[in-house]
Design a protein around this ligand. Sequence first.
Ligand code: GLA
Length: 425
Amino acid sequence: MRIFTSLFVVALALVSFTTQAQSPAAPQAQLATPQVSPKAQLVSPPQVSQTPPMGWNSWNYFANKVDDKGIRAAADQLVATGMKDAGYVYVNIDDTWEGERDANGVLAPNAKFPDMKALADYVHSKGLKIGIYSSPGSKTCGGYAGSLGHEEQDAKMYAEWGFDYLKYDLCSFIPDVMEKQAPHNKAAQMRLMHTAYAKMDKALKATGRPIVYSFCQYGWDAVWEWGPSVGANLWRTTGDVTPEWDRIYAIVSQQAGLEEYAGPGHWNDPDMLEVGNGKLTLAENRTHFSLWAMLAAPLLAGNDLPNMKPEIKAILTNRDVIAIDQDPLGRQGARIYSDGEVEVWTRHLAGGALAIAVVNVGDNRYSTHPFHLNLRKLGLAETQTGKDLWTGKTLELTGNELLVMASHDVLLVRVDAPKAIPAVN
Ligand code: GLA
């Protein structure tokens, strides 16, 4: 059975599927929006992550079972599966690689990682980049050695090993420093946190190596407001993702309103992908991936690559959806309206194009239907010609068609030449 059969469009009135775009481009007066969001303009151009980082991270599937062999296998699989060609570049080691510090404070990897430089060389030899993980505290979340008091030394070592990406996870910095140095003073605690992230930024910059700097402090103190000013290329906006629809949807809900903070070089991070993990249905995997693309989120797969099912690979390598995520304009999408259990998100794309995601977030298969897309609420005239990015078909949207969507499924459409509501004189 095709994976797309859970979502289908029933023609009630003026609906048609064609194989060609039919309508000429029309004036876009009502759609006109700033090309770059105002807050994004405040940030100076960074060296890295002009589009959201793409790659794979060890944590979501392997957790503490990550080792040298697993990282090499992931790199091999990114190449073999075509994921590298689709844009997945970073192979990121998460927590549990750390060993002990010697008398000079130099941190060695533990026995799972016999030679970090050789591993980085291997990953680079595949045309990929490699990432590492630490904490501003004395311990990582997994209880391994963090960077507290060794920031410059560690940054230098990452650069010498050849790392291209650092995820910096708050963890024990909370009890180690924030609660100790500023008990009962939240504002002072937050200032300590800013300083810690700025310190590692300085240390990374001092290495002279372009290293993507990923903040992991769960969105505390509205990190989207200050993260870019202390070097963040991306910042987690929430606590951890899990491979469950309820968690994924809760995270999605927390992203609405953050769109003005993202832009080239600095991205909101709703956490890594769970596509292919746990018991997510195909519809849920598709919706998760579609929404991460609408959110201009980093696309860091976190599944078991050597045992990836074909239908999961098809989701992760859907070039049309990846193109939404990687759109060069770098504007994050926004939730425009919801109607019952159906949500409608749009994302403005380069060249005046528009992506529209219609999501049935409800648990009952067809609970809130019939559903008609209200194009006027999107500033669009009726009729629009677009491409359904999960079926590949050309789709004509009039607002009259009944969209019948399975629970947790998505209709993701790219409209290259959206027609705005005609201006009223
Ligand atoms: C935290 C982070 C996760 C992961 C683990 C590792 O929970 O949010 O993404 O890095 O730590 O211990």
